[in-house]
Ligand binder design. Structure first.
Ligand code: NAD
Ligand code: UGA
Length: 441
C-alpha cells in the first residue's frame, strides 16, 4: 500500500518505520530540518532501535520525507500524527490537526484514486474526526464511497516506542464503515510479525478509548502515590512490598503501580487536562476522580523537596544535585518532567542547583530558568561538594554507579531517592537516605 503519514514526530516516525516493512511510506512534515534528516537516513528522535531501521527503510526507498509543497501522488491510506498539545485553559489545541486536514483536502485531486482512507492517529476529543473529516467530505460534495474515514489511536510509550509499535497489545480501529476498518487491519497485519488483537468500534468510542486508557494508567500511578503517603507513617511497612502483593491479583495487574516523583511527559498531563476540559466545559459534568489524579500528581515534586527539608532545613546558597531531567529513562524528552518542578522549587529556596542527565542535556533546555542552573553530563562534577542530592529519573547509570560512589564526594551525605532505585540496597552508615513509601528515619 501507499501510505502518507502527516507529522514526523515520535508517533509518525515510529509507525512509519514499522509499516515501511511492507508498504511505501511518505512522511510529510512542516519542519524542513526534520525532513532533510530523515531523507539522509538520520533519525531525528531518540528511540532505541529506530535509527538503524529508519536508515535501511530510506536507503531501500521504502520511506521518504517531504514538505507540504512537494508533490505527493496517489495514496491508499493517510494517517494524521501531528501534535495535539494543551491550550492554557487545558482544552485541546487542534490547530495542527486542522492545518493537516486543510492540506489534504487542498491536494485531494492529487491524492485520491478510486478509494482512499483518511485517518487520525493523534489523540483528539470525541467528535473531532467526524466533524473535521466526514462532514468536510459531504460539504465538498466528494463521493462518500471514495473515502473511508477512521480514528486509530496510538498506545506506544516513549523509550519503548519501537517495541510497542511492533508488538502492540491491541490495535483499536474506530471506523464509520466496515470496508475502511478491514483495510486498516490488513495494513497492520502485513507489517506486524507479532499476532495482535484488533478491536473495532465507532469513531467516537475509539477517540474516547485513548483518553480513558491514559486516564486509567495515570489513576494507577496517583493511587500508588497516595498509598505511599499513607505507608510512610507506618513503621516497618514498605510500598513496594505492598504493591507486589496487590498487583499480583489478576484483576489489578502489577504495572503502573510504582510510586515516586509522579508522572510527566507530553501525554498524561495533557490528556488528563483535555478530558477534564471536555467533561466540565463541553458536557457540564463533574469529574472528581480525574481532578484528584491531577492534584495528587502535582504535589509529588513538593514531596521530594519536603523530604530534603526534613533532613536539612536550610538549603539557601547550598549546592543541591538533581539527578535526571528527562521525564522518564530512555528518552531525551523533558516535557512536563517532574524534575523541572523540583528544580523550580529548589531555586525558590535559593539553592544552587546542579542537574545531571545522561541524555536530555544534549537537547537545549527550553525553560524559563535554564540560565539559573548548572547542567552537566558529568555525574561526578554534579555531585562533588553537594549538600544533598535528589534523584528524580530512574536512569540505569545511577543504579549501576551505586550509592557509595554517587555519594562519595558529596559534602553532606543526604540522598533523596524519588524513584526507589536504592530501596533494596544497603545504605552506608553515614548517609541520610529517604525514599518514597517507607518511613523516613
Ligand atoms: P511530536 O510533537 O513528536 O511530532 C509532531 C510532528 O508534527 C512534528 O514533527 C511537527 O513538525 C509536525 N507537524 C505539525 N504540524 C504539521 C502539519 N500541519 N503538517 C505536517 N506536519 C506537522 O508529536 P508526537 O509525540 O508524535 O504526538 C503526536 C500525537 O500522537 C499527539 O496527539 C499525541 O498525544 C499522540 N501520542 C503520542 C505518543 C508519544 O509517545 N509521543 C503516544 C501515543 C499518542
Ligand atoms: C504513556 C502511555 O503509557 C502510552 O500507552 C501512551 O501511548 C502515551 O502515554 C501517550 O499517549 O503518549 P509515556 O508517557 O511515553 O506513555 O510513558 P509511560 O511509560 O507511560 O510513563 C509516563 C510517566 O509515568 C513517566 O513520568 C513515568 O515515570 C511515570 N510512571 C510510570 C510512574 O510514575 N509510575 C509507574 O508505575 C509508571
Amino acid at each position: 500500500m501507499r501510505l502518507l503519514i502527516v507529522g514526523a514526530g515520535y508517533v509518525g516516525i515510529t509507525i512509519g518505520v514499522v509499516l515501511s516493512e511492507t508498504h511505501h511510506v511518505t512522511l510529510l512534515d512542516v519542519d524542513k530540518s526534520r525532513v532533510d534528516m530523515i531523507n539522509q537516513g538520520i533519525c531525528p528522535i531518540h528511540e532505541e532501535g529506530l535509527p538503524d531501521l529508519l536508515k535501511s527503510a530510506v536507503s531501500n526507498e521504502k520511506m521518504r520525507a517531504i514538505l507540504p509543497n512537494n508533490s505527493i501522488g496517489q495514496q491508499d491510506v493517510i494517517l494524521i500524527c501531528v501534535g495535539t498539545p494543551s491550550n492554557t485553559d487545558g482544552s485541546v489545541n487542534l490547530s495542527y490537526i486542522m492545518n493537516s486536514i486543510d492540506l489534504i483536502f487542498q491536494k485531494i485531486n492529487e491524492l485520491l484514486s478510486d478509494y482512499m482512507i483518511i485517518g487520525i492517529k493523534s489523540t483528539v476529543p470525541p467528535g473531532t474526526t467526524r466533524t473535521l473529516i466526514l462532514n468536510r467530505i459531504s460539504e465538498l460534495g466528494i463521493n462518500p464511497g471514495s473515502i473511508g474515514v477512521i480514528f486509530n489511536p496510538e498506545f506506544l510509550r516513549e523509550g519503548r516506542a519501537l517495541y510497542d509499535a511492533q508488538k502492540p497489545d491491541r490495535i483499536v480501529i474506530g471506523a464509520a464503515d466496515k470496508k475502511a476498518a478491514d483495510i486498516v487491519q490488513k495494513m497492520y497485519e502485513t507489517s506486524l510479525t507479532h499476532q495482535t488483537k484488533f478491536v473495532k468500534m465507532s469513531i467516537e468510542s475509539a477517540e474516547l478509548c485513548k483518553y480513558v486508557s491514559n486516564s486509567f494508567l495515570a489513576t494507577k500511578i496517583s493511587f500508588a502515590n497516595e498509598m505511599a503517603n499513607i505507608v510512610e507513617n507506618v513503621s516497618n511497612a514498605d510500598i513496594e512490598e505492598i504493591m507486589l502483593g496487590v498487583g499480583l491479583d489478576s484483576r489489578i495487574a502489577p504495572s503502573f503501580l510504582a510510586s515516586g516523583a509522579g508522572y510527566g511527559g507530553s501525554c498524561f498531563p495533557k490528556d488528563i487536562d483535555g478530558l477534564i476540559h471536555i467533561a466540565e466545559n463541553d458536557y457540564k459534568i463533574e469529574v472528581p476522580i480525574l481532578r484528584a489524579i491531577k492534584s495528587v500528581n502535582s504535589f509529588r515534586p513538593d514531596k521530594l523537596v519536603n523530604m530534603l527539608l526534613k533532613a536539612n532545613q536550610n538549603i539557601s546558597g547550598k549546592k543541591i544535585a538533581v539527578l535526571g531531567l528527562a521525564y522518564k529513562p530512555g528518552t531525551d524528552d523533558t516535557r512536563e518532567s517532574p524534575s523541572l518542578k523540583v528544580i523550580k522549587l529548589l531555586l525558590d529556596l535559593n539553592a544552587e542547583v546542579w542537574v545531571h542527565d545522561p541524555l536530555a542535556l544534549k537537547m537545549k533546555l527550553n525553560s524559563e530558568f535554564s540560565s539559573m542552573i548548572k547542567i552537566s553530563d558529568n555525574l561526578e562534577a554534579c555531585l562533588k561538594d553537594a549538600c544533598a542530592c535528589i534523584l528524580v529519573t530512574a536512569w540505569n547509570i545511577y543504579e549501576q554507579t551505586g550509592l557509595d560512589t554517587l555519594t562519595k564526594f558529596m559534602k553532606d551525605k543526604i540522598f533523596i531517592d524519588g524513584r526507589r532505585i536504592f530501596s533494596r540496597s544497603e545504605i552506608p552508615d553515614n548517609l541520610i537516605y529517604y525514599t518514597i513509601g517507607r518511613k523516613w528515619q
